[in-house]
Design a protein around this ligand. Structure first.
Ligand code: PLP
Length: 400
């Protein structure tokens, strides 16, 4: 008889896996009241009160039981309206599944379509969960590079090159974390044609769809009739609802039953009062959303101006709430720099190596901090001298 053991997952390298946590844990352990936290990817605003009150009302009214695996019908209907209005495509409420945040939407979508040993094309750099979720499924991730000299956009020629007979999914992320790129319509059309040609699924993570600074954002499903597109969204970023854990996906009708049945063993359903809160988020006042996006835009503009004034040419994000900085340091990578900034200068940032294999020299700053904290944090970063390699003559042609 063998002793039951602990499953081993083909986890990505430690650096990738734990990078942001390492900084976060050390930042918390430092217990420094003067510390400026720019490493975290969540809105610094509270959830708008009308949303909190809707959850309260729902709980008092007895909406405290399990719901159907797919979510309550009025929420799925409101989501179909939102997708038509914001994302520009038609989807029936029956093809929408309410999930435990964007994380579980991605998890359940991948579980529905991926087998062990499959290859999944993911951006590099990418949000680290694109590496860790497939690892749980014993699937392999293959990074396609988002190059600064191409505006951090994917190249279809590279996607072609990386695709093998084991490739089953292409992950897209626009607006992107960590870079803030928004994919242009023509590129999405080209990518969808490529996916159709190679018969692979597209999972389009559009979790920052409403955190955008101009009107260039388009949804993948709005520009193609290719039927293998799964679109993933969340309330976390748009409505400052990270802790409520409400997300959703829209998928082709033939996939819905599988996705819905997978909800049962994973989460059964999403927290019921939170689903009612989500209805209020969609149907109530949108003023808090406008206010938050204006604040991120204002901070982005101020931060880019501050870096530019210091002679640092940088990529100006069109969406999400991050700044992605190439430090171009001759001897330190992004983790070394993040640790040094934290320990010596009292500012926490995300280390580039956490986001992929090609971004070792980068750091990520979050715009989800007060205007004052952000300005002071950037001042400290500039004064540290760790960005001096990026100062006058940058190697890349960037748009900022
Ligand atoms: N997708 C991207 C690109 C993200 O950055 C995040 C969160 O940081 C998510 C999805 C999932 O967010 P949540 O699970 O809070 O909805």
């Amino acid at each position: 008889m063998t002793t039951p053991g602990i499953n081993q997952f083909p986890a990505p390298s430690r650096a990738v896996h734990n990078g942001i946590r390492v900084i976060m844990n050390e930042a918390l352990a430092l217990n420094n009241p003067d510390l400026i936290r720019l490493e975290i990817g969540e809105p610094d605003f509270p959830t708008p009160p009308n949303i909190v009150e809707a959850a309260h009302r729902a709980a008092l009214a007895g909406h405290t039981r399990y719901t159907s695996n797919a979510g309550i019908p009025p929420l799925r209907e409101a989501l179909a309206d939102k997708i038509k209005r914001v994302n520009g495509f038609d989807v029936s409420p029956e093809s929408i599944v309410v999930t435990n945040g964007g994380v579980e939407a991605l998890f359940v979508a991948l579980t529905a379509i991926v087998k062990p040993g499959d290859e999944i094309l993911i951006p590099d750099p990418a949000w680290p969960n694109y590496m860790s979720i497939p690892a749980v499924m014993h699937a392999e991730t293959v990074g396609y590079t988002l190059r600064p000299e191409h505006g951090f956009l994917p190249s279809v020629a590279e996607l072609e090159q990386l695709t093998t007979e084991r490739t089953t999914v292409l992950m897209l992320n626009s607006p992107s974390n960590p870079v803030g790129t928004v994919f242009p319509r023509e590129l999405l059309v080209e990518i969808a044609e490529f996916a159709r040609r190679r018969g692979i699924w597209i999972i389009s993570d559009e979790c920052y769809d409403q955190v955008v600074f101009d009107d260039t954002f388009v949804s993948t499903a709005a520009v193609t009739d290719y039927e293998r597109v799964i679109s993933v969204y969340t309330f976390s970023k748009t409505y400052a609802m990270t802790g409520w854990r409400v997300g959703y996906l829209a998928c082709p009708p033939e996939l819905t039953e599988t996705v819905v049945s997978l909800q049962e063993p994973i989460v059964a359903c999403v927290n019921t009062p939170a689903q009612y809160a989500a209805i209020e988020a969609l149907t109530g006042t949108q003023e808090p959303l406008d206010m938050m996006v204006s604040a991120y835009r204002r901070r982005r503009d101020a931060a880019v101006a501050q870096f530019k004034a210091a002679g640092i040419n940088m990529f100006c994000p069109a969406g999400a709430f991050y700044l992605w900085l190439d430090c171009q340091h001759p001897s330190m990578d992004g983790t070394d720099i993040a640790l040094a900034l934290l320990r010596e200068h009292g500012v926490a940032v995300g280390p580039g190596p956490a986001f992929g294999r090609t971004s070792t020299g980068f750091i990520r700053l979050s715009l989800a901090a007060s205007d004052e904290a952000l300005a002071e944090g950037i001042q400290r970063i500039l004064a540290s001298g760790y960005l001096d390699g990026a100062r006058p003559e940058t190697r890349h042609q960037l748009n900022g």
